[in-house]
Design a protein around this ligand. Sequence first.
Ligand code: ASP
Ligand code: MG
Length: 411
Amino acid sequence: MALIVQKFGGTSVGSVERIEQVAAKVKTFRDNGDDIVVVVSAMSGETNRLIDLARQISERPVSRELDVMVSTGEQVTIALLAMALIKIGVPAVSYTGSQVRILTDGSHTKARILQIDAQNIRKELKAGRVVVVAGFQGVDEAGNITTLGRGGSDTTGVALAAALKADECQIYTDVDGVYTTDPRVVAKAQRLEKITFEEMLEMASLGSKVLQIRAVEFAGKYGVPLRVLHSFKEGPGTLITLDEEDSMEQPIISGIAFNRDEAKLTIRGVPDTPGVAFKILGPISAANVEVDMIVQNVAHDNTTDFTFTVHRNDYQNALHVLEHIAQEMGAREVVGDVDIAKVSIVGVGMRSHAGVASRMFEALAKENINIQMISTSEIKVSVVIEEKYLELAVRALHTAFDLDAPAGKGE
Ligand code: ASP
Ligand code: MG
């Protein structure tokens, strides 16, 4: 008998029929003798609808009131799911975040969980009930309702699993696991049986949208075994763990991530003196623009070129700041490029294998794809390329690192 926390997202509870399907699924685990805590999101589209309503009153609604309102989405789902469970003979009870006492700080719309009182839930489980908890919400010290930021129900699920020392936290969603890359780009992408938290964090921050990044961080920190599964299709999903021991046996690369969210800026002919990087990036960060990749060229004629990438949304802002800096520093020119993409290979296997980066560069060279920037970490190599080659690059790398599904196994 295990204690399992199961989280169902918005599409999985998007209609009354689906909520009844979820109830039937929960019942099969109950019938197995497991203790179940279910965390649910609002019905799909509901949170957006509520935010829209608020915007009709005010462009910038007071965040305390916004939280009072958007938290109702999840409150509806917990009640419906509890009713659906009871209807099929499964004793169940719903709890809002504040009823559990998911204590958060007071930063409305992006609150952080400080502490969870697991007592109420334990009591209910002991009495034989399934406990249905509203995701995404908590309560601050003063009793105000708070919410955890968009997609926050994943975090609620993981935090509850940690607080209850659950055997597993299962995240049910509309994909059947974490894939080697986006199956819409590479038809031969495969579901991973297992991936480490570290790899999952890289994949998530590099653009894979299966899980909220904060939830993965939380699970890694507390060692909560996390499993991503399809809500309505049978299958083992993907297990996300700390375990790295058999990484020698594992493929060197677990996945290929990519995104089109970045833009590149270059300032040319900057006098090559100490403090140049700071002079350029200081004002950029003061303008609240986050920088991702950075390259400074070797100086030539006492000047250097300096290139970095920012989120595409920040491009105009960064360009403006940079033009100003260029003038002040007497740099030659500023050029920008939004038609770029970042492709990354991710895998803890890199730690024990040499030559991974060169294998990546070789694969790209074979396709005649020019690499504009490179950055590496212990478990990742990222390159910036021209956006129009993105899909070709991802496919080439997927093949080069032996990630393609064997013939007949692709879906
Ligand atoms: N309902 C919230 C949202 O749409 C939280 C969640 O779904 O995880 O962002
Ligand atoms: Mg969600």
